[in-house]
Design a binder for this molecule. Sequence first.
Ligand SMILES: CCC(=O)SCCNC(=O)CCNC(=O)[C@H](O)C(C)(C)COP(=O)(O)OP(=O)(O)OC[C@H]1O[C@@H](n2cnc3c(N)ncnc32)[C@H](O)[C@@H]1OP(=O)(O)O
Length: 507
Amino acid sequence: MDGDALAQVRKRVLAGGAERYHAANAAKGKLFARERIALLVDEGSFVEDGLYANSLAEGLPADGVITGAGRIGGRDVCVMANDSTVKAGSWGARTVEKIVRIIERAYQLGVPMIYLVDSAGARITDQVDLFPGRRGAGKIFHTQVKASGSIPQICALFGPSAAGGAYIPAFCDVVAMVEGNASMYLGSDRMVEMVTGEKTTLEAMGGARVHCAESGVGHFLCKSEQEALDVVRTYLSYVPDNWTRRPPSATASDSSGADLAALVPASERQAFDMRRYVKGLVDKDSYFEIQALWARELTVGFARLDGEVVGVLGNNSMFKGGVLFVDSADKASRFVQLCDAFNVPLLFLADVPGFMVGSAVEKQGIIRHGAKMITAISEATVPKICVVVRKAYGAGLYAMAGPGFEPDATIALPTAKIAVMGAEAAVNAVYANKIAAIEDPDERAAFVAQRRAEYERDIDIMRLASELVVDAVVEPGDLRFELIRRFAAARGKDRTFSRRRHGVTPV
Ligand SMILES: CCC(=O)SCCNC(=O)CCNC(=O)[C@H](O)C(C)(C)COP(=O)(O)OP(=O)(O)OC[C@H]1O[C@@H](n2cnc3c(N)ncnc32)[C@H](O)[C@@H]1OP(=O)(O)O
């Protein structure tokens, strides 16, 4: 082939699929896959592999996926991007091979793998070639699972990710979804109607808001493709290239100067927004919340303390009173695992009444989900500090890395309470019969008040400090400095946990 002929083939392949599909995408506000890559990586840094995959076939430029290595902010990454103008981004045999190869390469190089997804899943017309074999579509997921926790895997989802395609995002550490266009589902709306009779739409069943607010499979709900790409970049700034490295440090900055004491109401009945507390505590503007719309009774995200990355988990009494539910337990487990895999120290800010009780949550398996959270926290060997901001009752104390879970420190604010349950519930649990037997209302109220006072005295935080249950009682204004020093001191800790291959996690 001469130079001109090669240039022509190259031009054709670089143009992607038919013009009508480019126009249809543009009408939906969707960018061409190559434009997405150009916006994401440092200019001129992208080196593409397999550009000519399936180039002898008609209408399958690059076989519908663009793969290669590039740089983001000077850091090496590997990238794959489905081209939805080519058979709706479906996977042929060469597509699968390209995806498997680029994940394998990211794993070998120890660099983050970025997935820009917009795909109809397996190319149904080519299934014998791509579906069942040793390097068939299943190999994509196997390779993702193998790379999980070794390198960051980050997904931005711009269009559909159907059937098998939905598992690429599911095996990623985080997924950013563009509202209105991104969707994830195992069976299309047509298939759902055929199988179950249910009439639904891709958006209603598997749209971005559904997954970011209800199922928890999505982590960031984005208004535009540009925002989703910005999320990928921001997320990367908090995680290392791979599991052997420390997260990137930044120049230390001050906190916002918020009055932390004023943010926490004394009355447990009064809710406060834990996200404001976190933002006031950490370096100014450094809190990057993850899954902000899902299981909001627990807020999780990355932040920086004196320039160093920490993963923060805080109970948020603004939502469901900060009680832990099935979803919040799962949210915590996953985030703790993520931080532990990538050497991000953990800060727990407890204001927790405990796990939810009742027949609804029992049927959902609250015990199993709670056990999973407690397992993740037990197994996390990164530096971890538990701060009891207002209260930690019952198994909530355990779930927020209380003293039994080998935290590097348990710190309490002077007004904090740690107990098996709140005073009101405890008095009722122990004295219900006696209270019921007192006929005179004044006498009954006096009895309850006295038992309550006794209970409060027993759980006084200074008593717990004197019993070495908490390691320090710290004024709110001193907390930030205390945490900075303690995390610095814990940085070199031994991270051996247990002599075994792996535990048997409650799932
Ligand atoms: C591991 C197991 C699996 O993954 S099984 C995969 C199952 N996948 C599916 O059921 C998805 C089927 N496709 C769809 O629902 C739609 O194409 C979605 C993804 C919603 C995109 O819709 P839209 O943007 O309107 O595109 P379109 O339907 O007009 O299709 C454009 C061209 O692509 C083709 N196409 C689409 N999906 C597949 C597929 N999975 N396998 C093979 N070809 C597919 C369409 O036939 C169409 O082709 P053409 O350009 O008309 O030649």
